[in-house]
Design a protein around this ligand. Structure first.
Ligand code: FE2
Length: 471
């Protein structure tokens, strides 16, 4: 554990939970916006006098922003998990960079050591599965919550027996197929990635494919086209042997970057489960896919945020983050991969010169041809801006303000709107000078700032969220 320091507001623990707080609004929120943005992320970083070692290990806190009639209401609530109860008693049981207990469960199956359960600190993302709202992380434990009150309703279990040792907090919610697609990693000989779908109204994962893993790699996200599921397997390997070292530093101690290996793009047929292609490129790492689709000439287009190596993972440790704003971490690059499955080749091109992370496309374009990607603009001094990239022309619009750190932007299309960018982009943003977070509303076409709703406190930097229409 690191010593307590004096962190900036983005990494400072919150003690207060609000319920239906009505923020002061500058400007006007579109009256048609009727739904709820649910976000997840760390909200507390200490237990007793210990502080977590990695941003990914803060205790899960849900944030709710409900829109109706041009108004917004705000709630925040910690998940009441075993990890939360442990922290209340002064014990930290985080697991990415902090504590090996959860991840050593991995070896339970291999060695039958009878090691403890993986963590239930589901602080990364949210999803709706079988009508339930579920908080997700990369350990295979999921927590159900009430989308109105944010109350914790216990553990979510799938109605199947898929084996998973590490899972993905990102599920692709495909509006065109009424299913979500995800994957999980199973250690063993050989290690495998299990790619699955969960049809709407079901909690049974149906196996699309099980692919022999090379590594296995730490994979954070995936994408779909109408006919494919795409995974990017980098040389950031999960080493079981390294983690058996009792001095290993949580899961991060399992990770090994091998620059001499190549990155492999796995192209899975979404219906047959066949591995259609697995072209390789020079070593590169990615957290987040942006979107994928089948383009002209049947080539597959995959846009993602790429890093030249995995230094980003270590740079998100708390020691690096204890500055005032968000630290100067390596910038992600918006890359377009064009995949020819017949030739088993992938060609790469950069679509935006700036740094970008936490990218999104509007939900209706998921798996279909998109033009616009929205993301954090990360290469500002003393700020994180917002960027809208035209992925066809390679041009971009940007918005930023000094001392304002924009988080993951969520594009929401206006009901009945035709254009892909007819709507708003909603993003939380921490103003480190005011020590307050605001919810920002931008015109999705122009990035003009339309409204700013001030929350009652500075929220610690979060990860991901989803907008649920009509909820
Ligand atoms: Fe993520």
């Amino acid at each position: 554990m690191t010593e307590l320091t004096n962190p900036g507001p983005g990494f400072r623990s919150l003690g207060t939970e609000y319920d239906d707080y009505r923020p002061e609004v500058e400007g006007s929120i579109p009256g048609w916006l009727s739904g709820t943005l649910l976000r997840n992320g760390p909200g507390r970083f200490e237990a007793g006098d210990s502080r977590v070692n990695h941003w990914f290990d803060g205790l899960a806190m849900l944030r709710r922003y409900a829109f109706e009639g041009g108004e917004v209401r705000y709630s925040n609530r910690f998940l009441r998990t075993d990890a939360y109860a442990d922290a209340a008693e002064g014990r930290l049981t985080g697991q990415f960079g902090t504590d090996t207990r959860g991840w050593r469960r991995l070896f339970d199956t291999v060695t039958s050591f009878g090691l403890p359960e993986p963590t239930d600190n589901a602080n990364v993302h949210v999803a709706r599965i079988d009508g339930e709202y579920v908080a997700l992380t990369e350990a295979p434990r999921r927590i159900v919550f009430d989308p109105e009150t944010l109350e914790t309703h216990g553990e979510f279990t799938f109605g199947d027996d898929l084996t998973e040792h590490i899972t993905a907090a990102h599920l692709v919610d495909d509006p065109h197929r009424e299913e979500v697609v995800g994957f999980a990693t199973q250690f063993g000989v050989p290690p495998q990635y299990h790619v699955y779908r969960v049809p709407d109204g079901s909690r049974r994962r149906e196996r699309i494919a099980s692919i022999e893993a090379d590594g296995p790699a730490y994979i954070h996200d995936c994408s779909v086209t109408a006919q494919h599921v795409l995974l990017v397997e980098s040389p950031l390997q999960l080493s079981v042997l390294r983690a058996l070292n009792p001095f290993a530093d949580g899961a991060i101690g399992m990770l090994n970057w091998d620059p001499d290996r190549r990155t492999r793009v796995l192209v899975v047929d979404r219906d047959s489960g066949d591995l259609l292609a697995d072209p390789t490129l020079e070593a590169a790492f990615t957290f987040h896919h942006i979107n994928a689709y089948v383009g002209d000439d049947r080539e597959i287009v995959l846009d993602l945020v790429e890093f030249p190596n995995a230094d980003i993972v270590g740079s998100l440790s708390m020691a690096e983050l204890d500055g005032v704003g968000f630290p100067d971490v390596p910038d992600g690059r918006l890359m377009r991969y064009r995949i020819d499955t017949d030739a088993n080749t992938v060609e790469r091109s950069r679509r935006y010169d700036g740094g970008i992370e936490l990218p999104r496309v509007v939900r209706s374009r998921v798996g279909r041809q998109h033009r616009y990607a929205y993301g954090q603009a990360t290469d500002r001094e003393g700020a994180n801006g917002l960027v809208k990239v035209d992925c066809e022309s390679g041009t971009a619009r940007e918005w930023w303000e000094r001392s304002v750190y924009v988080e993951e932007p969520i594009p929401v299309r206006r009901p009945g709107g035709d254009a892909e960018d007819d709507g708003v982009v909603v993003a939380t943003a921490l103003d480190i000078e005011r020590e307050r977070t605001a919810l920002l509303f931008f015109d999705a076409a122009t990035l003009d700032l339309e409204a700013r709703a001030w929350l009652p406190h500075a929220e610690p930097f979060g990860f991901h969220g989803r907008y649920f229409r009509g909820v």
